[in-house]
Design a protein around this ligand. Structure first.
Ligand code: ATP
Ligand code: MG
Length: 402
């Protein structure tokens, strides 16, 4: 007996009542996106469950991809049978035989999603368990801690059998909570912030500031590689590269040294907000963590945040660096982030930026300079690409997604 499908369980989203349809639509679209290379599969959407019909495709690489799709609580390889006890016995026995080794224990766990079926949970457990005991030598029942747990899922249309439950990524389907712009540096923190935001169902577009010739192509490639990693959670990520040299040079020349960091952040935020507006985003995400560096004090946040009323999500705000690093390792961005290429901010960073900048002062320092024109110019010269887990694709080639 060969597994013919993967059964997907939703978890949190099944508790979401009226938003349910919306979530399922997003989940299905995201699953389709990450599995687009598997041409033969068919996704069957359900109110309570989703099934991926394998149609002969190898299940291992598919399951590997599914582990990074948010909104999936767990999944299992499964076989569909007709709604009669003989079929359940036959298929159940075959599935257990495939993984049985002498001395192993088992149990049957039935779930009746459809109470109209003629047998109740206990009847099924006994009938199927008894059949397995009769036909496999040396197998024992252990209801507390079995080696093999045969799951029997009774549904209105059929019965689904599976043996192993694989943990999914949890969270909510990416896109179901709207879209936000992630300020993505080459550092450790911002990719983690992006990942955590995606986990709560937000679709991410990345914005990266570069200052050539002070920053190199390699630094840019580094952020593309980071975006590729987090695109595993959504299928693809749109990236915007902002030419920032002129603004940084202007700040360097005209803003007092202690305030240049504050001014830089304010300009980055204004530009990101403009890109957000143009792309219908609802929020901005950063990798800030309270107290980590000079620009991440509450006083700095007052001075920087002043340029916009757009919600700024800071999922790392209360995390320690070590906690952030743990997640970065888990999502496989840590090694890329640790590469030494220069970032546009570090190059112009003064030796001692103000940790308690005053809003009135930075507003005064900026008032003499025509930043509006510089910002407009930067926004007009943004380069946009789409990256997916494969190679980056130029926006022209992918116009239907833009
Ligand atoms: P990270 O590890 O994410 O770089 P960090 O601890 O180095 O964070 P900062 O360099 O102060 O902290 O950056 C704070 C946040 O500002 C970053 O998490 C990121 O969201 C944003 N940011 C910094 N530099 C850039 C950049 N070049 N392009 C886009 N966003 C940036
Ligand atoms: Mg940084």
């Amino acid at each position: 007996m060969k597994y013919d499908r993967i059964l997907i369980r939703y978890g949190e989203l099944s508790t979401k009542g009226r938003n349910r349809k919306h979530f399922i639509t997003h989940l299905k679209r995201n699953i389709r996106e990450v599995l687009k290379d598997f041409k033969n599969i068919h996704i069957q959407g359900g109110h309570d469950r989703m099934y991926i019909l394998l149609n002969g495709e190898d299940s291992d690489p598919i399951m590997e991809k599914l582990t990074s799709v948010f909104g999936i609580q767990s999944f299992s390889l499964a076989v569909r049978t007709e709604r009669n006890i003989q079929d359940i016995q036959r298929v159940g026995l075959s599935l257990v035989e495939q993984i049985f080794e002498s001395g192993k224990t088992f149990k049957v766990s039935t779930r009746r999603g459809d109470k109209s079926f003629e047998y109740d949970t206990n009847d099924i457990n006994h009938a199927v368990g008894g059949h397995i005991l009769q036909n496999i030598e040396n197998i024992k029942v252990d209801v507390k801690n079995p080696d093999i747990n045969l799951l029997v899922d009774v549904r209105p249309d059929a019965i689904y059998l599976s043996c192993e439950v694989i943990q999914g990524a949890g969270g909510l389907p990416v896109g179901s909570s709207g879209k936000a712009m992630l300020m993505l540096s080459g550092g450790i923190d911002s990719p983690v912030a992006g990942y955590l935001t995606m986990k709560r169902g937000v679709q991410i577009e990345a914005v990266h500031f570069q200052s050539p010739p002070f920053t190199s192509e390699r630094a840019k490639q580094k952020t593309i590689d980071l975006a590729k990693k987090i695109s595993a959670f959504s299928g693809y990520v749109k990236m915007h590269f902002v030419p920032f040299t002129k603004i940084q040079e202007t700040i360097h020349k005209h803003i007092p040294e202690g305030y240049s960091m504050t001014a830089t952040r304010r300009m980055m935020l204004r530009i990101t907000d403009e890109i957000r507006r143009k792309n219908d985003g609802l929020a901005i995400v950063t990798g800030e963590s309270l107290g980590q560096v000079a620009s991440q004090t509450l006083e700095s946040m007052i001075a920087i945040n002043d340029v916009t009323a757009t919600p700024i999500l800071r999922p790392l705000i209360s995390m320690d660096k070590l906690e952030i690093i743990d997640i970065a390792k888990k999502i496989d961005t840590f090694d890329i982030s640790s590469l030494p290429y220069e970032d546009c901010c570090t190059i112009f960073t003064p030796p001692s930026p103000k940790t308690r900048p005053k809003l009135s002062k930075i507003q005064y320092y900026e008032s003499d300079i025509d930043f509006d024109t510089l910002i407009e110019e930067a926004v007009n010269n943004v380069e946009t690409i789409i990256v997916s887990s494969e190679d980056p694709i130029k926006s022209e080639q992918f116009s239907d997604l833009l």
